[in-house]
Design a binder for this molecule. Structure first.
Ligand code: ADP
Length: 468
């Protein structure tokens, strides 16, 4: 159970951060310890060496000025004053024979180092050694120095009190660092948990969303930090997803609704014919009706596909330089007979404009949809005007198709570009509600925009702006 919890903890970012934090703390504490310890030790040793050196100089002067007896006496006084357990001396000949020493009962285990004597004999003035006393209790610092041609001095100084200082430093440092380390780990854990609490809240929200609805949002703490940025971005993403899902649901509804009508019609036609038809001619008529409905269905499905592909930015193919004026002109010519049939006057004023880059077939469809709508929703004796002009210092072209038709209610204007949307007043007219969606998709895919201005019963004006 305990190990399972630890294994789980191991994967937590807060736990890892704390671990790193603790590791860095321990490493820096150890480096600090090593540095302080060695600099303390070397400064202690330097001080002791200096003392030993001064002392040996003093002995040398006494020997030269006052002779060996005075030296012996002065050395004994010094050793006694310092304490027999603190300091000792030996005077000996290069052969190793001792001729005078302090009370050595405490220092029995410390002998004369042959190596040091050899170095002195080779001409070295002073040699320091640090042997460990055989009782192992403490270290001693020893100076070998030549005080005259035939006399060598061995002067020893116990490092016991200095080392106990180091030891107490060691203890204090370890205890302080352990306490500080524990506090640092606790604070590190707390800080890491606190810093990551925002992430946990994002995770909780994400979990709740996958379980229930798309309306939940991560609460913002307004601390203006990275976590707030994350929450904000996450919420924005949710907004987009929610819109997309709503759009998809709406489209599913529309598709189901709008495909049902033609299929119901086909079925009705077939049923009536089956029940009533007596001869081949009636069957032929039914077949013709079925084909017509199927064609409408197919065209609807194809248009839906084209809209999706265009909105997704595929299916435009290679763009070519187009004479947009000629394209609009052709479209007006094409719709002239239809307008005349309906008693609508179709006029155009087309300025010369720079060529635009685009897909010809797509742009033809867009222009045709706008002119077709204008004629369709304008009663007899009305007028449709197509205007093409340059804008933005000839960097853009604007095509405006205006009519004097039934107009569009203001509250419905933003919706008419949605797939399958048809205003109530225009339901008597044929159509699937896909023309403007396609026109908008084509305008957008060419880097353009489409707008509508309309007054009910006064007319509408659709304008498309395309970059040159
Ligand atoms: P459809 O014309 O096939 O119904 P559209 O997508 O072309 O579909 O148009 C969507 C709706 O916008 C139409 O059903 C109609 O209500 C409205 N509409 C479009 N163009 C005009 C116009 N020129 N005048 C009045 N209403 C229009």
């Amino acid at each position: 159970m305990f190990f399972e919890r630890i294994a789980k903890l191991r994967h937590l970012l807060a736990f890892r951060l704390t671990l790193w934090y603790a590791a860095i703390f321990v490493l820096s504490a150890s480096i600090a310890y090593v540095m302080i310890y060695f600099s303390l030790r070397s400064s202690i040793r330097d001080r002791v060496d200096e003392d030993l050196f001064i002392q040996s100089n003093e002995f040398e002067t006494i020997l030269t000025l006052q002779g060996p007896e005075m030296l012996q006496r002065a050395a004994s006084i010094q050793a006694q004053a310092a304490g027999e357990k603190k300091m000792f001396f030996r005077f000996f000949y290069p052969s190793g024979v001792v001729f005078s020493s302090s009370n050595m009962s405490y220092w029995k285990t410390i002998g004369i180092s042959r190596k040091a004597v050899d170095s002195i004999m080779r001409g070295e003035k002073r040699v320091y050694t640090t042997p460990i006393a055989k009782n192992g209790k403490h270290t001693v610092r020893i100076l070998y120095s030549r005080v005259s041609d035939f006399v060598i001095l061995q002067l020893g100084y116990s490092l016991e009190s200095e080392y106990s200082l180091l030891l107490s430093f060691q203890r204090t440092f370890t205890v302080t660092m352990s306490v500080l380390g524990a506090v640092a780990v606790a604070v590190g854990w707390f800080m890491a948990r606190r810093a990551l609490s925002g992430v946990a809240s994002v995770t909780r929200t994400a979990r709740r969303i996958s379980e229930s609805d798309l309306k939940t949002r991560v609460p913002l703490l307004h601390r203006h930090n990275e976590i707030d940025q994350l929450a904000l971005t996450f919420n924005q993403m949710l907004d987009r997803i929610q819109k997309l899902v709503a759009g998809t649901l709406q489209m599913n509804d529309n598709i189901a609704h709008d495909l049902r009508s033609p299929i119901t019609r086909i079925r009705g036609l077939a049923e009536v014919t089956m029940i009533n038809a007596g001869n081949l001619e009636e069957y032929r008529q039914m077949t013709a009706g079925t084909i017509e409905e199927c064609d409408r269905l197919l065209s609807m499905i194809n248009t839906m596909l084209t809209i999706s592909r265009t909105e997704a930015g595929i299916g435009l193919g290679i763009l070519e330089d187009l004479d947009f004026k000629a394209l609009v002109w052709d479209a007006c010519e094409l719709f002239q007979p239809l307008a005349e049939d309906k008693g609508v006057m179709l006029a155009h004023q087309l300025e010369d404009v720079a060529p635009i880059k685009g897909n010809k077939a797509m742009l033809q469809r867009m222009v045709a949809n706008l002119i077709d709508n204008a004629i369709k929703y304008t009663p007899c004796d009305g007028a449709v005007t197509v205007v093409l002009e340059a804008e933005d210092n000839a960097n853009a072209v604007v095509l405006t198709v205006s009519d004097t038709g039934i107009g569009i209610p203001i509250e419905e204007q933003p919706k008419i570009f949605n797939r399958f949307y048809r205003c109530d007043q225009s339901r008597s007219q044929s159509g699937a509600g896909l023309g403007l969606s396609l026109a908008r998709a084509i305008a957008y895919s060419h880097g353009g925009q489409i707008k509508v201005k309309s007054d009910l019963q006064a007319g509408s004006a659709f304008s498309v702006k395309l970059p040159v």
